[in-house]
Design a binder for this molecule. Structure first.
Ligand code: 9WN
Length: 452
């Protein structure tokens, strides 16, 4: 097992950093799946698994494919890909009993899962695995293409589930029913909608286990936030995880611009893959139409001058405008007028974001240091997240902005060069926070360093 470095005086050479990243993935591999991290997250998370599989592809394409096969085997019968696939480990709360998904009629058989979802990045991972495999050998290319062929319909059903069940209002944004579905759990984006979530007196008691795994509870969400997270699970259980009943009854219902932008990217990516594989034209047309609608919804949410995208509190009937990384979602998927888009890119490069003079690495923090909501070490309220840097860099590549893509890659590598594979980083000191040896951090490091 590798021990975390995390000393900023230590800078690993790229080859040693890549070797350490490979060891992190190997150490976190249970055989059936790679856990999101060794202790804090001892299960499979949906969007982590997508990034992890991409990193695994540099080590062993068959193992990469097996990772996504494990995730897809847990797909619910209605098409939803659940946010956690549980192992037998009991050190994480809330575990499967608290989720109570065993009673949901559309749950998958033979595996226990949570009952919500996460950002739909999976098609992007499949695309990347195919690209990586094609550069390694004919045999790897065949394995990856055969996988893409068999995974395609599952991913199409996943995207169709989102369209059928999660675009509930005229904003056209993909809605989430729990902050965990955004992947950015305690972001200030959710402060207003969470203020309206009032845990009932019948919230069953619970004990947090996450705080046992971090050095400082100030790196994790507060107890007050946890009560709300748990109360929403209670509401989902009471709706039997029925997708429409959940949307009708959850106290939290927010159109998420980041998830919507990722959805637009993923629909286009899946459509492109489908064209290559000779898939049914109607399904490809659906994906293209869903991508166009999602892109338009993100653009429509944006402030007309700054281009900053805004989430929509659907329950509260208002736009939300916290200054977070999600505001830059239109740069992921496009759709803004050219002048507004270039203003938005200048803001991202500027002193309130990646160009802040005190940052150790010039990549955007999760919240602007000039925002009153900024907290340098608390989870999604300020720290820099390598995986988010990777996603923006990848999108910039797709959008044909190679200079930005390579700057994000170089600065991302600088951020993680201490070799600790932090879940997230304190932006001024570069201290690794949350979990170390976090699998998706190792995976994106492999892509940055070995990328084709
Ligand atoms: C809740 C696993 C996951 C990531 C999320 C991140 C965090 C879980 C938690 O860890 O969420 O799903 O317990 O805090 O916010 O993006 O997928 O790495």
């Amino acid at each position: 097992m590798i021990t975390a470095a995390g000393d900023r005086a230590v800078h690993f050479h790229p080859a040693s950093l890549a070797a350490r990243a490979a060891l992190v993935l190997r150490d976190n591999d249970t055989g059936r799946l790679v856990t999101a991290s060794p202790k804090l997250y001892p299960h499979m998370w949906s969007w982590d698994a997508a990034f992890i599989s991409m990193g695994l592809a540099y080590l062993d394409v068959r193992r990469a494919v097996a990772e996504l096969d494990t995730l897809l085997a847990a797909q619910w019968r209605d098409g939803m890909i659940p946010h956690i696939v549980f192992t037998q480990d009991t050190d994480y709360f809330p575990g499967p009993d608290r989720w109570g998904t065993d009673a949901a009629p559309q749950r998958p058989h033979g595996v226990r899962t949570s009952g919500i979802c996460q950002p739909p990045v999976h098609a992007i991972a499949v695309r990347r695995i195919v690209e990586i495999a094609r550069k390694t050998s004919q045999d790897d290319a065949e394995v990856a293409e055969a996988f893409a062929e068999r995974a395609w319909s599952s991913l199409y059903r996943w995207h169709r589930w989102i369209v059928r069940h999660r675009i509930p209002d005229a904003s056209g944004l993909v809605a989430i029913v729990h902050g965990w579905e955004s992947g950015m759990d305690n972001s200030p984006r959710w402060d207003e909608p969470y203020a309206a979530v009032l845990p009932g007196p019948d919230l069953p008691p619970y004990v947090r286990l996450d705080l046992l795994q971090v050095d400082d509870p100030g790196e994790r969400p507060s107890d007050d936030e946890y009560d709300r997270y748990l109360w929403l699970i209670e509401q989902l259980r009471r709706a039997d995880y029925h997708p429409d009943r959940v949307v009708d009854t959850s106290a939290f219902l927010v159109g998420d611009v980041f998830v919507t932008a990722v959805f637009a990217l993923a629909c286009d990516t899946l459509a492109g893959l489908g064209e290559e594989l000779g898939r049914n034209g109607e399904e490809i047309d659906d994906l293209r139409a869903w991508a166009a609608r999602a892109r338009a919804a993100v653009a429509l949410s944006a402030h007309p001058e700054t281009g900053m995208a805004r989430d929509r509190d659907i329950r509260g009937g208002r736009w939300l405008s916290a200054e977070t990384i999600a505001g830059f979602s239109p740069l992921l998927c496009g759709g803004l007028p050219a002048d507004v888009e270039s203003r938005l890119m200048s803001t991202l490069d500027g002193p309130a974001w990646s160009g802040h003079p005190d940052l150790l690495a010039a990549v955007p923090p999760s919240v602007s240091p000039s925002s009153p909501d900024f907290d340098a070490k608390r989870y999604w309220r300020g720290p820099q997240w390598p995986v988010i840097t990777w996603l923006f860099g990848w999108a910039f590549e797709q959008r044909n902005w190679p200079r930005h893509a390579s700057e994000f890659r170089a600065q991302g590598v600088h951020l993680v060069s201490d070799g600790a594979f932090g879940e997230y980083y304190e932006p001024f000191t570069g201290k690794p926070l949350g979990s170390t040896n976090q699998s998706w951090t190792a995976a994106v490091v492999l892509d940055w360093l070995c990328g084709v």
